[in-house]
Design a protein around this ligand. Structure first.
Ligand code: TYD
Length: 203
């Protein structure tokens, strides 16, 4: 079986990290292939400094921010995602191209066709499967407030930004062929079961 590249998307507080860890464990068993779980921004050694830099800088224009996320992705793709896939390992990645579309364009109003063009011109590998954890921004925002002291600039912009980002994901998830899981009324375990039911049918 060919190694799979699976991306999990969703707003902050949607439960991506929890589900990525569970799905990685399940996928390793299901496929018999080593499976790694990673994330953006900051998913490889050379990206860590970029993550700190992007998330702690308050005064970038949206275009600079966008280019920094693409730089982070270029590092991550070349240093980690592609080598792991080539070694025959499955890769589960929290956030990828659709985060840039949803946050920089949907959330921060960067021109959508320009954002798409910039992403396309990077020619990053296409994921085999994309999962969107759809949760109401109010529930997610409450979770984020409880777990952090809102010290990164994206989260500190709050509910309004989350709502714009969620609306963007929702508007494009169908035509982009996402597996959409509505998590509002699901426990962690129920969300996980819903994801693997879909994955079993697709893999
Ligand atoms: P993340 O590490 O997923 O935050 P958390 O683990 O707290 O959910 O992402 C950090 C922030 O970076 C998040 O608010 C979304 C933002 N982001 C973008 O704006 N554009 C991007 O392309 C990516 C990958 C992330």
């Amino acid at each position: 079986m060919k190694a799979k590249f699976i991306v999990i998307e969703g707003i902050d507080g949607s439960g991506k990290s929890t589900q990525a860890a569970k799905v990685a464990k399940w996928l390793e068993n299901f496929t018999g292939l080593k499976t790694i779980s990673t994330f953006e921004p900051g998913g490889c050694d050379t990206c860590k400094k970029l993550r700190e830099f992007i998330l702690s800088s308050k005064n970038f224009s949206v275009m600079s921010e966008l280019l920094l996320f693409l730089a982070d992705r270029a590092e991550h793709v070349n240093k980690k995602i592609l080598p792991e896939l080539k070694a025959g390992h499955n890769v589960i990645c929290e956030r990828y191209n659709d985060s840039t579309l949803a946050y920089q364009s949907g959330g921060h109003n960067e021109n959508l066709s320009l954002t798409k063009k910039l992403i396309d011109s990077c020619e990053f590998p296409e994921p085999d499967i994309k999962i969107f954890l759809d949760i109401s921004p109010e529930i997610a925002f409450k979770r984020v407030q409880e777990r952090k002291n809102l010290n990164d600039k994206f989260e500190s912009e709050g509910l309004e930004l989350m709502t714009r980002v969620a609306n963007f994901y929702r508007s494009c998830s169908e035509k982009k062929n996402f597996i959409v899981i509505n998590c509002d009324n699901l426990s962690i375990e129920e969300t996980f079961r819903a994801i693997i039911t879909e994955l079993e049918a697709k893999i």
